[in-house]
Design a protein around this ligand. Structure first.
Ligand SMILES: [Zn+2]
Ligand SMILES: [Zn+2]
Length: 368
């Protein structure tokens, strides 16, 4: 029997989401039905709404869900009704990099996260005879009920604030994971992080956990920089107030930082992230500015042992990494809740506006 749910539907690019009744399918083999409790809003949802990522319509977005398992499909043995779960990105669990504990580079990443259907082409949501595309990031968690895969539903302790945990599945995992997994600084190292959105601020928290001695945060918003300082940044720079930002950062970081993280993605910022590093160094770029986005960098600068890499989802294996983040949170070392402002489901379009205008770092929808 399908489950009746209320979902936020995207019918046209650049239109507000509309809350509508949908039928959610029973969980098929390897799937779980989740009653959603919370869902974070991430930049990737906004790029679905504005058409930067082409999606089949009508579609239900939402890819940072948290909730309670309601039912499990055939073959699901590690989850049971009543379990608390955080939903993360879809991955097949069986390809070369899934088997190397690096599921962010799953061969099936695009179909499992962006195609809007199961791998067999069927949909998980419908309205009568009309298909509603409900497999966004193998979840579509802007809905009171959603279907996920058992592989992307990560079990978490029941004593944690479940309604706030969704962003651990994407944005917060991306920032902290890029630092802890992809850059992997040692205690005493230095890092510069550009862009204090949810990803960059999570990077600051990750750098603090890693024991970085110097954590340089860059943004154009003083409130965000103050938040970065409260989370562990040792130096902050408002890029608007520095004619030569690289020179001024070098003033506190000569001969350059060991690591840099770009969470903006513009050519200017990627170059700055490269130019504030010492030799050798590792620089990660995760800011998304569209599927085709040419940049120019100075090869001579790169040649001196500097590595520039792109990172998806913090190169995390969510099965281990999300529980690790919740343990850091419980220990008071990872206060990601400082980034969050909660909204009712009926306020979802206001929540998107707050993310867009920068007044809120991480809006989270809390379902009644
Ligand atoms: Zn895979
Ligand atoms: Zn995301």
């Amino acid at each position: 029997m399908p489950t009746t749910a209320t979902a936020a539907i995207l019918r046209e690019v650049n239109e507000p989401l509309t809350l509508e009744e949908v039928q959610v399918a029973d969980p098929a083999e390897g799937e779980v039905l989740v009653r959603m409790v919370g869902a974070g809003i991430c930049h990737t949802d906004a790029t679905g709404i504005d058409g930067t990522i082409p999606l089949p319509l009508p579609s239900v977005l939402g890819h940072e869900g948290s909730g309670v398992v309601e039912a499990v499909g055939e073959g699901v043995t590690d989850l049971a009704p009543g379990d608390h779960v955080v939903l993360t990105f879809g991955h097949c669990g069986d390809c070369k990099y899934c088997n190397k504990d690096r599921p962010a580079y799953c061969e099936m990443f695009a179909p499992l996260n962006y195609f809007g259907t199961r791998m067999d082409g069927t949909v998980t949501m419908s309205q009568g005879d009309e298909d509603v595309h409900g497999c966004f990031f193998s979840q579509s968690s802007f809905s009171t009920y959603a279907i996920a895969l058992a592989t992307n539903a990560i079990k978490v302790d029941k004593d944690l604030p479940l309604e706030l945990l969704g962003p651990l599945g994407c944005g917060i995992q991306t920032g902290s994971g890029t630092v802890l997994n992809a850059l992997n600084p040692s205690a005493g190292d230095s890092i510069a992080i550009f862009g204090m959105g949810g990803v960059g601020l999570s990077g600051v928290m990750g750098a603090k956990i890693a024991g970085c001695e110097q954590i340089i945060a860059v943004d154009i918003n003083d409130e965000r920089l103050a938040l970065a300082r409260s989370l562990g940044a040792t130096h902050t720079f408002n890029a608007k107030e520095h004619k030569d930002l690289v020179w001024d950062i070098m003033g506190v970081a000569a001969p350059g930082v060991d690591f840099a993280l770009d969470a903006v993605g513009t050519n200017e910022v990627i170059r700055q992230a490269l130019e504030v590093t010492r030799s050798p160094a590792r620089i990660a770029t995760v800011g998304f500015q569209g599927l085709q986005h040419d940049i120019t960098i100075d090869q001579g600068h790169l040649l001196l042992g500097r590595e520039l890499c792109g990172v998806i989802e913090g190169d995390a294996n969510p099965k281990d990494f999300i529980p690790a983040l919740t343990r850091h949170y419980a220990d008071g070392e990872f206060p990601f809740d400082k980034l969050i402002k909660t909204y009712k489901f009926s306020e979802i379009n206001e929540a998107f506006e707050a993310a867009h205008n920068g007044s809120v770092v991480k809006p989270v929808i809390v379902f009644d």
